[in-house]
Ligand binder design. Sequence first.
Ligand SMILES: Cc1ncc(COP(=O)(O)O)c(C=O)c1O
Length: 385
Amino acid sequence: MTDLAPSGREFAESSRPRRTIVRGSGARLWDAAGRSYVDLGATHGVGNLGSSDPEVVRAIQAQAAELIYLGTGYSTPARTRFLERLTGLLPPSLGRVFLSNSGTEAVEAALKIARSATGRPKVVAAMRGFHGRTMGSLSATWRKELRAPFEPLVPEFVHVPYNDAAALAAAVDDRTALVLLEPVQGEGGVHVGTTEYLAAARAVTERTGALLAFDEVQTGIGRTGRMFAFEHAGVVPDLLVLAKSLAGGVPIGATVTSAAVEARFQGSHHSTFGGNPLACAAGAAALERTVRDRLPERADRLGRMALDRLAALPRDRVREVRGRGLMIGIELRDRVGPVLAALEERGFLALPAGASVLRLLPPLVIEESDWSAGLDAIDEVVRRG
Ligand SMILES: Cc1ncc(COP(=O)(O)O)c(C=O)c1O
């Protein structure tokens, strides 16, 4: 058998050595030398509850002692509880859930459901959108350098400018199965979808008989200041795609749709580990904690505070600051790499979104003092240039 990494290195690993992180708690991470860092996004939007949330840990430990795995042909109390918690947070029309293990898988399910339920081939997605890296989701992802080495991708995917209702309306027709959008684009630079745009997407899909999917892999579970970002616009999609922080850090994906769409679905779709007891137990605990501790409201408050402060960043260094809740993008006039490195030296781990956007996705539970210190460090590093 061929080993993809015979030297023990990971496949296609970058030449820059990775820092080894050994422990996390809340928004704090520790490296092997015992140095602590504040997570401003380094858990890639998975850590809405921070690292190793004690309630999630207890749920995983209890579930692991009871039953780690069971085939999807059976129910488990953990699965039932998780599905009840999740659908209890959603509008009544979104009551059918397909469980998988990652964002890209959840997007793949949405693509298959839409093509099958409508009998149509075409998918309309947005420029600067990101939906994953398997062949279907990659076909919906915009960035050329991610797509080009793997072409030909799945046919009948088109991309239109984001936040442009007229361009969307012109692209959607009676061959369109699905319009797939992020309510706030994450990887593409943190661009907030306007209420008018998301409402226009709803209107054009209803008019043409296409389905509307919101990819909330990054925006979901309180990140933008509401439990789901679509709530800001009051636009309910036909399909909702969730992953990342849904199970408090344990791999999970969920594709949620309506009974009406389910009734039109032909064929089958399945995932061996989808809905496994461990992920469901973690997911139920994560949702319970998010609701009980009103974490979306906290994200809203801390996000507003940050946007107020970041508005004072000098215009000769910063083009624009955008965001909603604790999903913030600072578009720099220069490349973001040196800023990320300088923040890391000061003990703050943040993320890029493209070449020039500094992206902040801190845990919703971040201590206010850590958040404030992070914003101070950003101010200092960005001003220094
Ligand atoms: C909006 C969105 N969709 C899909 C994905 C893919 O998720 P995963 O990496 O879990 O496959 C991501 C990952 O960053 C994402 O941000």
